[in-house]
Design a protein around this ligand. Structure first.
Ligand code: ARG
Length: 579
């Protein structure tokens, strides 16, 4: 159990001992300022107000019946009725020692495992992945890892765009190229160029355009030949994405792909069902739901088209079908969507309509976790110099190249082999960390120099902190993984570091609930900074350090390294032995 929950339970029971009703919270939080203890319970004030008693006196009587022997070295009342808790160094030592024994560290498994469907990345297969897909892919992946770590059953759903009218054009183009003796893999090597060619043919060649339209119809009616071409196209395009996922160290695989096409047969039944439940009406030939729940400020209901006049279905129809599948076939307790903030209205419409239609149960949690846009230095959405979209593959290649320059300046002694590995991990880690460390809902400015800096809240800084600890162990001729010694926390810097290390579990629980990875980043940055402070104040390998103290400090360093490594791994960022 994490320290905060543990203390909150103790305070709650002391509160109930002094007659405070159970619905009053202890309001327990880590203290923000030095001198106010390690944790503060601020619940006495609200309780006193309701019970019309003196808050300071109430706080004192709570403190008197608070049993923290062996846990806290001091409990004191401050200000109008804060209860400040100073944790005992020996207790922290023991707790940290136990935490280091498990790969889970101090993070407990949820008492109730949930099935969580996470919809992320989800690129359109007609084109290559571009920077616009970066945020969904890496934020979604970090949250998937965190939820899995806390014991949830996570089902990754890559809701790829593999259906729709543009596929008629692409299939017609592929057919043309194949009949000219081209191989599908080669023809589609440059997916972007292929798309441009198809588009040009479609715009300039009327016969081609007719064929493309015909193929859309044939695709929808399941024509074997057209389906085969479509499948070929899809396979090659998915290989492009999988390559990116591998480069990005993202856990999406071929098994996570469940694209729009998978719902094709469900679309007509979804609309029929909505009609039956009188949730849609015919409006100018189209089937439309008018949602009063999402009315604009003039009271006009929000319209959602689920079927066009020509019979075609829409993006929203597919998402409704997907929700039904996620509820009924995947048995999801929670469904998380990592999609750009610009699709917020769409998601709200889908959620509202799905609930009204009872496609999902009342208790199922539907969550859109939106994010802002990645901007260039000019404050406009990130583009190439000539104003084009930046391919994700190119961006990642540049990241690794730039990291190689930075790393070779910092450490010219790495072997060529080490250099390749370090540049890859630092470059990719820097791009991911720069994104993950920003509050998800804001836009942010993409900047190579700041993200690759070894100072500040950056990926390289955290990777470097980890290698620093590794190098202490190398200097001591010790293997960190098997190292074990008694923790004897004495100095304040040691205590601060031990406490921070143990707060990992509180942070992970928060990220699992709120899906904001930057909270984990901020925590890791604070942890690494506290390590540096500790390292300056508390020498480890200097000859005049007592053996017991040295061993304890090595153990504390190991705990820090394990926490950094685990935390970075949950963000999908790799560490290395040296850099
Ligand atoms: N393919 C969509 C796009 O590129 C994103 C899909 C997100 N997922 C969803 N279930 N709508 O905009």
């Amino acid at each position: 159990m994490n320290i905060r929950t543990f203390l909150a339970d103790r305070v709650r029971s002391a509160m109930s001992d002094v007659g405070i009703p159970n619905d009053y919270s202890p309001h327990l939080a880590a203290s923000k300022k030095a001198g106010f203890g390690d944790y503060q319970a601020n619940g006495a004030m609200a309780a006193a107000k309701a019970m019309k008693t003196n808050p300071r006196e109430l706080a004192q009587s709570i403190a008197n019946s608070l049993d923290l022997s062996g846990v806290a070295s001091k409990v004191e009342i401050a200000g109008p009725g804060f209860i400040n808790i100073h944790l005992d160094k020996q207790w922290l030592s023991n707790k940290l020692a136990t935490s280091c024994e498990s790969p889970q560290l101090d993070v407990s498994q949820k008492p109730q495992q949930q099935t969580v469907v996470i919809d992320y990345s989800s690129p359109n297969l007609a084109k290559e992945m571009h920077v616009g897909h970066l945020r969904s892919t890496i934020i979604g992946d970090a949250v998937a890892r965190v939820l899995e770590f806390t014991g949830d059953k996570v089902i990754r759903q890559n809701h790829v765009g593999d259906w729709g009218t543009q596929f008629g054009m692409l299939i017609a183009e592929l057919e043309t190229q194949l009949t000219h003796g081209e191989q599908a893999e080669l023809a589609l090597k440059d997916l972007e160029g292929f798309y441009q060619k198809a588009k040009a043919h479609f715009d300039e060649d009327a016969a081609f355009a007719n064929r493309a339209r015909d193929y859309v119809v044939k695709l929808q009616s399941g024509d074997a030949n057209v389906l085969k071409l479509w499948q070929q196209f899809k396979n090659v395009s998915l290989l492009h994405s999988e390559e990116i996922y591998k480069k990005l160290n993202v856990t999406l695989t071929a098994e996570s792909v469940y694209g729009e096409s998978a719902y094709n047969d469900d679309l007509a039944p979804v609309v029929a069902d909505l009609r039956e439940k009188s949730l849609v009406v015919e409006d100018e030939g189209a089937q439309v739901a008018f949602l009063q729940e999402l009315a604009d400020k003039n009271g006009e209901p929000s319209p959602v088209i689920v079927q066009k006049k020509d019979g075609g279905f829409l993006y929203a129809t597919t998402d409704l079908a997907a929700l039904r599948y996620r509820a009924n076939s995947l048995n999801a307790d929670r469904v998380l969507y990592f999609i750009d903030a610009r699709q917020s209205l769409h998601m709200q419409q889908v959620f509202t309509l799905a609930r009204k239609a009872e496609f999902v149960s009342e208790w199922m949690s539907l969550e859109h976790h939106p994010f802002g846009t990645m901007m260039g230095a000019d404050g406009k959405p990130f583009k190439t110099r000539s104003g084009g979209t930046v391919k994700l593959a190119d961006l990642l290649e540049e990241a690794v190249e730039r990291a190689a320059v930075v790393v070779s300046q910092k450490n010219p002694d790495l072997t060529a082999e080490e250099m390749t590995e370090v540049a890859r991990k630092v470059g990719i880690g820097a791009v991911k960390y720069a994104d993950l460390s920003k509050t998800r809902t804001n836009d942010y400015i993409f900047n190579w120099d700041t993200m690759l800096s070894f100072e500040g809240n950056t990926g390289p800084y955290l990777q470097y902190a980890y290698t620093r600890i590794k190098s202490i162990f190398r200097k001591a001729n010790l293997e960190m993984d098997s190292f074990n010694a008694e923790l004897l926390i004495k100095m304040d810097q040691e205590k601060a570091l031990a406490l921070k290390t143990l707060q990992f579990s509180e942070v992970i629980e928060q990220v699992a609930e709120e899906a904001f990875p930057h909270i984990l980043c901020t925590y890791l940055y604070d942890l690494a900074s506290l390590f540096m402070t500790f390292y300056e104040a508390c020498p480890i390998l200097k000859p005049d350090v007592e053996p017991d103290t040295r061993e304890s400090r090595l153990m504390l360093s190991k705990a820090t390294a394990l926490t950094l490594q685990t935390g970075l791994d949950l963000l999908g960022i790799e560490v290395m032995e040296r850099m």
